[in-house]
Design a protein around this ligand. Structure first.
Ligand code: HEC
Length: 104
């Protein structure tokens, strides 16, 4: 029964992506914008970086992204999400962040 199990895998992957997008929308979009590019006001007042920008995309690693979500920004302008998000949500939203900028 190959087809049904493949279907389950596909649904599981899509499920994770959708969960990550939802978490991003709820917990991150206020500062980072709905699709990872911050509104100019957030960029100017908080120094939020463009998560689709070449500078970030060029140096990001999944580990670094997870770390940033867990601990927040060293300068305190991004809150730590440990405790506010479950470990599953942190992993899902990290996958979502890693998908930004891919089509440029
Ligand atoms: C209160 C505003 C705010 C919220 C909410 C927020 N961020 Fe940030 N984020 C920032 C700021 C400001 C920076 C740049 C901080 C710095 O200078 O290190 C940043 C930087 C980042 C970076 C880049 C780190 C790097 O290496 O340059 C990532 C990735 C990131 N945020 C992901 C997230 C995710 C995922 C969420 C939601 C779970 C989130 N942020 C929620 C303000 C926010």
């Amino acid at each position: 029964m190959r087809a049904p199990s493949l279907l389950i895998v596909v649904v599981a992957i899509l499920g994770t992506a959708a969960a990550g997008a939802k978490v991003f929308e709820a917990a991150c979009a206020s500062c980072h914008g709905p699709a990872g590019t911050p509104p100019p006001q957030m960029r100017d007042t908080l120094g939020v970086r463009d998560l689709n920008g070449a500078e970030f995309v060029g140096r990001r690693t999944r580990e670094r992204v997870v770390d940033q979500i867990r601990r927040g920004a060293p300068n305190g302008r991004m809150p730590a999400f440990t405790g506010a998000l479950t470990e599953e949500q942190i992993q899902a939203v990290a996958d979502h962040v890693m998908s930004f900028g891919a089509k440029r």
